[in-house]
Design a protein around this ligand. Structure first.
Ligand code: ZN
Length: 137
């Protein structure tokens, strides 16, 4: 048994304020707003829009501390991460760790949508923040 990547789940876009950019994605592009959720643990507020089989996740920081605030200070608004769906997150993380891939999360955490997620370290990925999310069954 192994864990495989089955799709791109979403692309995360870092924004200063969701309300400022939401009209573009919702009205101009016509994407369907699924929900707006807050995750106090991850210190983000996220708007999830469906684009066919994949999604766009607009994320704004909650407060001035935390990784997303730091990202916005350093790089400004823009693409923040790519999220892949994996069939078995824990198994995938174990394998990546064994292969010497740098991980931000060695164990899954709970993401904004309530699913198990984990981030890989950009130094292992060509400087792209990659999120893995477990398939929702
Ligand atoms: Zn995400």
């Amino acid at each position: 048994m192994s864990s495989t990547i089955t799709a791109v789940d979403h692309i995360g876009v870092a924004v200063e304020r969701i309300d400022d950019v939401l009209p573009f994605y919702e009205k101009a592009l016509g994407l369907n707003l699924e929900e707006i959720k807050e995750s106090k643990v991850n210190k983000v507020r996220g708007a999830i829009l469906s684009a066919g089989r994949t999604r766009i996740e607009l994320i704004e920081p909650l407060g001035k501390e935390g990784p997303l605030s730091n990202f916005l200070r350093k790089k400004g608004q823009g693409i923040h991460h790519i999220a892949f769906v994996v069939s078995d997150l824990e198994m995938m993380l174990k394998r990546l760790k064994k292969d010497g891939i740098a991980l931000i999360d060695e164990k899954p955490r709970i993401g904004i949508k309530g699913a198990k997620i984990a981030f890989l370290h950009p130094k292992a990925t060509g400087n792209v923040l990659i999120e893995l999310c477990e398939e929702q069954r």
